[in-house]
Structures are given as C-alpha cells and as structure tokens.
Design a protein around this ligand. Structure first.
Ligand SMILES: Cc1ncc(COP(=O)(O)O)c(C=O)c1O
Length: 450
C-alpha cells in the first residue's frame, strides 16, 4: 500500500497539506483541544489529498469570519467559493427555518412552490434562451446531467474540454477534467473525453498574442472538424482556481465554431456565478450565451447543497430518459435557501459592492506589484483576485506556501492555485475596511518572504 507521508500530492487545486511548514505552523498555533479533534478527524475519515489531515477546526462562522476553537476570528477568503452572501446569512437561515417548519421535503412525483419559484427565477436571470432547469445537490452531479443531456441531444458521446481544468471529482467529471491530481492512477476514464490546451493569456501552448487567441481557436476548430462527431465543448468561461481571464475575443469565436459544427457549448460556472465577478453570470462579460450553464456552490447560500443545470429550451428533449433522478432534486429547503440568496445578492447591492471593491483591490494589488518583485502578475474580476508569485521567472511555490502560513498566522485564510497563485475570494458582503485589512496582511506576508 502506498504511504501518504512519502508521496507529494499535485498542487493544481490547492495548497498541499503535508508540508513541513504546515507542521511547524500547527505546533505553534494549535492548542490541545483542537489537536484532539484533529486526531479524531484523522482517525475516522478516509484520508484523501487536499482534505486530510485538516489544519484547524471551526466552531462558528458568521459573515466573512470563521471562528476556530481557540476563539480566533479568521477572515475567510476561501470558503470553497460558497459564501457569496457570507457565512450564516440571516435571511438565508430565516428562509430555511420557515421552510423546515412548513414542508421540509418533497418526494418525486410531487412538486412544490419554492422549487417552481426558483426555477422561474433562474430562467429569468439567465441570459438568452436558457429557459429550462434541473436541480441537484452538488455541482459534480449537475455536470453529469449536462454531459448526459448533450449525448441525448446530439446522439454523440464525445466531449472536448481543457487540460488542467476541474469540473468535479466523480469519474465522469474527472474524465472531462484535466488535472493530474484527479486523473492519475485511477484507471480507465470515460471514452471520448478529448482535451485541448487552455487559452491561458501570456502562457498558452500556441504562444498566442492576439485577442481571439487564433492559435488556440484554430486548433479547437481543427480537432472538432477532424473528429466530426463531438457532442459538446465544456469549459469554465474563466478558470477559477488560478484566476485566469480568457482572451477577450476567445469565447465569441468558440461560439461561432461550435454553432457551425453542431457542437453544444456548456459553461461550468459552479464557483463563479451569482455576481461575484460583477455580473450575475460570468458569460455575460463576454456576451456569449452557452447552450447549457451549470451553477452550484453559493446557490444554497453557503449552507444548503444546491446546484442547477440551466439549458436552452430546445434541449428539453429527454422526457423519456433519466438525466438526474436525484433524491433531493426538488429540495424545498434548498430552493428556499437559494431564493433568499438571490434576494440578498440583488436587493443588498452585493454585485455593485463586488465591482467597486474589486476595482479598489486590483488597484492596490497593482501598487503592491510595483513594490514587491516576487509578484509577477495580479488579476481579477470583481471580488475574485489572483496574485501570481514568481522568482527568476519560475513559479515561486515555496514562497507562496510561506506567504499562506504567514497570512494564516494573521488570521486570514485563502487558497493557493497551481502552487504559486494566491487567490482571494471573500464574501461579497465584505466592506472596504475589512478588505484593506486582508490586503495589508497579504502585502506584509509577501514583503516578509520577499
Ligand atoms: C469549476 C468547478 N466545477 C465543478 C465543481 C464541483 O462542484 P461540487 O464540489 O459541488 O460537486 C467545482 C468545485 O470546486 C468547481 O470549482
């Protein structure tokens, strides 16, 4: 049996949790009560990369803060991207409580008012003719439904997706995903899941420098034409884990190629939708409407597991097949949480806050970049920001790890993408003072590691 202590996990999806620096941090910051709980966690949970062993334990969460068992108030700029409306949002909790008292479950064969209200609401908010929905309790299963619908709608099974992408951890999702962490050593993946290089600006495989990334799009066109039988292209419109914005003309050219070759376009906006980038859906930034849009994560207000597939009306063609058939497919409680979440985002000006504070943060990050040579790039859209660290042109992986533990020591938590990109993803309810405090901590960390 392989020994987890002797293997180094891939860094694509986050910071590794077996580093010597983590052990050092733990010995300095974790008290006996927490240690005991962490030991029990390690005793009872199956160990897996990124999740185990845990670093710390949460005893409360509210707004932008997690409170650990030693009473530290930790700013949560990670939150698994579920906390658009902040942790423990009062409106979401109230809606859940009311629904629990009224009708906590809805079995198949029945519908319920909140589920229909949420379906209508999402179709009204979604762009173009995205007029039909299905709900599931998780993003990965919503991706699975999209893949099945693409097969039924086109009579084809092949897909094109991006190397290095992530669309969930199930076997079908890792087949279209492109990260070694999930694909290596696991055995045969789904057939027909072809991959292309991502159009990463300044770093793409074809060294593109133009707005459309013609090298990338020409290659996509070539692959689709040569195969001739691809059902769908599936991608995140903006790569979330490393905060990579697509080239400005990329998606409209891709849309045009897909239309011409009869290939469906599926956008995975599971972590990125619901206003965080400054628009309700990321695809609205590029004026491109996909055939299917998959959302999840924060849809349940950071409390209830909820995801949705939103599809073009013409794709409602599988009435005699099972696309989802999930036990909680019309959860009245989950739908109540989602409706309250949407109300919060729209009525409390959270999108406007994301735009304004996102601009402010990006400006501060640019200033930091001019002072701190370790920062090679800063980027962001709304309140999702990335700080790339490089030393002598090479990814500064060890330095990023050191900055993270420095930040954690100052009660700021965030994720590291690809080993060297600090990603800042705070709740959209954050105010400027709190954001500035977090940016001060990051700046101090980078300057200290420098
Ligand atoms: C882009 C993307 N797609 C899909 C998923 C899977 O969602 P879930 O964990 O809810 O199944 C994630 C989760 O991190 C994600 O970031």
């Amino acid at each position: 049996m392989p020994d987890e202590k002797t293997r180094t996990p891939e860094r694509s999806e986050g910071d590794v949790n077996l580093s010597p620096r983590r052990r050092q941090w733990s010995s300095e910051h974790i008290g006996p009560e927490t240690s005991k709980l962490l030991e029990q966690d390690a005793r009872y949970f199956l160990h897996q990369s990124l999740s185990t062993p845990c670093l710390n334990a949460v005893r409360a969460s509210k707004g932008i803060y997690l409170e650990d068992m030693q009473g530290r108030q930790i700013m949560d700029f990670h939150g698994n991207s579920v906390h658009q409306v902040g942790h423990g949002n009062a409106r979401v909790i109230e809606a859940i409580k009311e629904q629990l008292d009224e009708a906590p479950f809805c079995p198949r064969r029945y519908t319920n008012q909140v589920a229909v209200d949420l379906a209508r609401r999402l179709t009204e908010l979604a762009p173009g003719g995205l007029n039909k929905v299905l709900f599931t309790p998780g993003g990965t299963s919503a991706i699975g439904m999209a893949l099945k619908l693409a097969r039924y709608a086109t009579g084809r099974h092949k897909t094109i997706s991006m190397w290095d992408s992530f669309h969930g951890a199930s076997l079908d999702a890792i087949s279209i995903g492109g990260e070694a962490l999930f694909r290596k050593d696991v055995g045969p993946l789904l057939p027909g899941t072809e991959h292309i290089p991502a159009p990463t600006r300044g770093k793409c495989f074809f060294n593109c420098t133009d707005e459309e990334h013609t090298g990338c799009t020409d290659y996509l066109e070539y692959v689709l034409e040569v195969q001739g039988d691809v059902a769908a292209l599936i991608a995140e419109p903006m790569r979330w884990t490393t905060v990579e914005m697509p080239p400005p003309g990329y998606w409209s050219r891709v849309r045009e190629i897909c239309d011409r070759l009869g290939v469906l376009l599926i956008f995975d906006e599971i972590p990125s939708a619901l206003g965080r980038t400054g628009k309700m859906f990321v695809c609205e930034h590029f004026d491109v409407v996909p055939d299917m849009l998959v959302i999840g994560k924060g849809l349940g207000g950071g409390i209830f597991p909820m995801a949705a597939l939103i599809a073009r009306e013409e794709l409602d063609i599988a009435g005699d097949r099972a696309l989802g058939h999930y036990t909680h497919e019309k959860s009245s409680v989950g739908c109540a949480a989602a409706l309250a979440t949407l109300d919060c985002i729209l009525e409390e000006g959270l999108i406007e806050n994301s735009i304004a504070l996102g601009q402010h943060a990006l400006q501060r990050l640019s200033e930091m970049q001019s002072r701190l040579p370790l920062i090679s790039d800063v980027r962001g859209m709304g309140l999702h920001l990335g700080i790339e660290l490089r030393r002598d042109g090479e990814p500064a992986v060890d330095e990023a790890d050191a900055v993270l533990y420095h930040s954690l020591s100052h009660n700021l938590s965030y994720k590291i993408g690809a080993g060297n990109v600090l990603t800042l993803c705070p709740p959209m309810t954050i105010n400027r003072r709190e954001l500035d405090r977090a940016l001060d901590i990051v700046e101090l960390g980078i300057a200290t590691v420098g």
